[in-house]
Design a binder for this molecule. Structure first.
Ligand SMILES: NC(=O)C1=CN([C@@H]2O[C@H](COP(=O)(O)OP(=O)(O)OC[C@H]3O[C@@H](n4cnc5c(N)ncnc54)[C@H](O)[C@@H]3O)[C@@H](O)[C@H]2O)C=CC1
Ligand SMILES: O=C([O-])CC(=O)C(=O)O
Length: 327
């Protein structure tokens, strides 16, 4: 018997990330070739014309897994019975800006959308926030949706995880797909802490294979942290295809399963690792059918403790800066 369709909402659906994302979702890259999906595409009223063009192209792909689609400018319509929501719609940064500079411009979007999710979405909805600053936007959306479990929300740190994995593979001369137990801690910002102390490839420790702590501290960590800005500098626009790819990776691992593999996800803290409850913090997890399990009890040395505190402090500051919106 044919499976019933999964309802997937994408916001910012006329934007550049969505242009790389919705075609992959519709093609089965997210949930597999035998799972029909219905797409609901949200964007601003003035973008409905462009959105119509995206839908025409989706139609022209004749994807067997695309069971239906609709466009709207109303978040409550977009999120009605949604099983999965990608919150992409937000202003991107330009050259010389940090992601947190977008907090003022974008925070309001996530209170409105959090409330709409609270009212309209499936009670088991899985919401991935991509729009920057992603961690704090996810925190705002979660806090604006008190009837949904905090476990329904995550923020995207997978692009950073993928960037770190590619860089490590190049340095160690190994295939990127063999890397296990890589972690990106904290905020999707230059303060993030990509950490390969636990990482392995084919049962061998990456730290021993690389054996270059100066490279870790002076090259690897800052390069991963500033990769988004480097892409903006090179492309004149922020990452789009790689962001869409990471969104697919994070959501697929979340709702289908990571099959025991550690992946980095920013999720609401339960107090582990000393992170105050509810802050959306990147941690290593495994996931199976929508249920995320944090890898707990990983040891912190002096340098790790220092890096961890920097990214945590930034997230505390961002949380405090949006407190008035949630009062
Ligand atoms: N978390 C991550 O790793 C990454 C996050 N991003 C962020 O993703 C966001 C989107 O990036 P792009 O697609 O490149 O931007 P874009 O400007 O091409 O598209 C954004 C779309 O969102 C729409 N939008 C704005 N306000 C909206 C609202 N209230 N409701 C629905 N739609 C709305 C705009 O009309 C536009 O079509 C940006 O904030 C960007 O910084 C980008 C790359 C990676
Ligand atoms: O850097 C940006 O503004 C876009 C982004 O989040 C990334 O590419 O990591």
């Amino acid at each position: 018997m044919e499976k019933s369709p999964v309802r997937i909402a994408v916001t910012g659906a006329a934007g550049q990330i969505a242009y790389a994302l919705v075609f992959r979702i519709a093609s089965g890259a997210l949930l597999g070739p035998d799972q029909p999906v219905v797409l609901t595409l949200l964007d601003l009223p003035q973008m409905q014309g462009a959105l119509k063009g995206v839908m025409m192209e989706l139609e022209d792909c004749a994807f067997p897994t695309l069971a239906g689609m609709a466009a709207t400018d109303d978040p409550k319509v977009a999120f009605r019975d949604a099983d999965i929501a990608f919150l992409v719609g937000a202003r991107p940064r330009g050259k010389g800006m940090e992601r947190k500079d977008l907090l003022g411009a974008n925070a309001e979007i996530f209170t409105v959308q959090g409330r709409a999710l609270n009212e309209a979405a499936s009670r088991d909805v899985r919401v991935l926030v991509v729009g920057n600053p992603a961690n704090t936007n996810a925190y705002i959306a979660m806090k604006s949706a008190p009837d949904l479990s905090p476990a329904c929300f995550s923020a995207m740190i997978r692009l950073d995880h993928n960037r770190a994995a590619s860089m490590l593979a190049g340095k160690a001369g190994i295939d990127v797909g063999t890397i296990e137990k890589l972690v990106v801690w904290g905020n999707h910002s230059p303060t993030m802490y990509p950490d390969y102390r636990f990482a392995e490839s084919g049962g061998r420790k990456l730290a021993a294979m690389i054996d270059d702590e100066a490279w870790n501290r002076e090259v690897f960590i800052p390069t991963v942290g500033k990769r988004g800005a480097a892409v903006i500098e090179a492309r004149g626009a922020s990452s789009a295809a790689s962001a869409a790819n990471a969104a697919i990776d994070q959501m697929r691992d979340w709702v289908v399963g990571s099959h025991g593999k550690w992946v980095s996800m920013a999720i609401a803290s339960d107090g582990s690792y000393g992170v105050p409850e509810d802050i959306m913090f990147g941690v290593p997890v495994t996931a199976e059918r929508g249920v995320v399990t944090r890898i707990s009890g990983l040891a912190m040395d002096e340098f790790a403790t220092e890096r961890f505190a920097i990214t945590l402090n930034e997230l505390k500051e961002e949380r405090d800066a949006v407190a008035h919106l949630l009062a």
